[in-house]
Design a protein around this ligand. Sequence first.
Ligand SMILES: *Cc1c(COP(=O)(O)O)cnc(C)c1O
Length: 473
Amino acid sequence: MKTIFEISREGKRAVTFAPLTVEEYKFDEALERKEDLVLPAVAEVDLVRHYMALSKRAFGVDDGFYPLGSCTMKYNPKVNEEVASLEQFTMVHPKQDNDSIQGSLELMSDLSGALCEITGMDAITLQPCAGAHGEYTGLQLIKAYHKDRGDDKRVKIIVPDSAHGTNPASAVMAGFQVVSVKSNDEKGVDLEDLKNVVGEDTAALMLTNPTTLGLFEKNIEKISEIVHNAGGLLYYDGANLNAVMGVVRPGDMGFDVVHLNLHKTFSTPHGGGGPGSGPVGCKAALKKFLPNPVIVKNGEKYEFVNSEKSIGKVTGNYGNFGVMVKALAYIYTLGGEGLKNASQTAVLNANYLKAGLEDLYPTEEGRHCMHEFVCSLQKLKDETGVSAMDIAKSMIDGRIHPPTMYFPLIVHEALMFEPTETENKATLDNAIELLRGLYKKAFENPEELHSAPHTGQIKRPDDVRAARNPILK
Ligand SMILES: *Cc1c(COP(=O)(O)O)cnc(C)c1O
């Protein structure tokens, strides 16, 4: 398919301007562009067909089942998009006078309150624009907390070996050293190993609960005690909140800092490079370090307040406002009971899918999962040569988006499924049937799986080259 620039033809236009009825304004010459802007010139009909064709080559949540583990690709109600598209929200300018944006400030303040309630935190910043950005911000809060107490020895962040890759990366970005803690047989944190690595140099432990394997860390209270007794803090990677909303709160589990991914759990799709939002909540002891400014209600008026001890701003202005509007609309639509129901259904769906596949696609732990589960295809590969990659690519031909593959690294030939709560039984049954069929085919006709997908727009891209030599424009 050609790019919009390749179909460009001199003189074509998709817009017609009304005749000028006012006097022409001459800009200061210094402000004038010296060369013409390189813009594609296409007629409206070609423009529409180009983007329509492009959209049909993609696969999104609105096209079909998208069980991409650790990404919570659920269906997002369109009403929330509509609310976020209201001109009263889209036309607000961040530099506007406070008096003229009281409604927007109220919205951000209400969202902050709701997220504090959901997570059990005392204060929150909405500034970070992604999960990893939230991790970085949260770790800066932890750094500021220790520094403010004159405790300079705390330079290490403990991260379990099952952690999401962003955790150790963010810790390094924030200037910490990463210490890995081993998993036990139940794929939780090994308490003995934790006792060995924790100490006077521990700034914090970063933990996802449920973990990236979709398992609830049952020892969380013991872990919290060990880390706190050593003077460290607990950081909660809340990107997997979809499993626990309204059921348990990180604040009650002993966590001091948490980030959420509004672009997973709260009605904005994750991935695709769109705007995200990774709010960071904290306990009262860390509040004064939050990025400036925070919104405070003073009498009837919402105001921006700056704290002297703040770690500073972490983004331009206040973060991705549109994502916040969608999140609050979603929370208000569902209410407390609805959010709890969403999480419980997400867990039920994951267990239904797991039960339908487990004899062929085994998980290592074999116990009930939370919102997602990871199975290993090592045995299938040993017996047939068909890999997790081959199965994932073959799913494209069945019009199901492949799950997350080869992650977490502690599971060989891993496939990680997260069906989410928005899928019905028929969709899950269809996925089970497709995957069981592919398993059978691995023995009968492995070649067909090695060369899949047969219908996709792209077959097997060289992903090593894509990573080593990215062409980003
Ligand atoms: C998605 C995810 C992240 C990172 O979020 P981004 O918005 O992609 O930066 C971090 N931790 C976990 C467990 C995740 O699933």
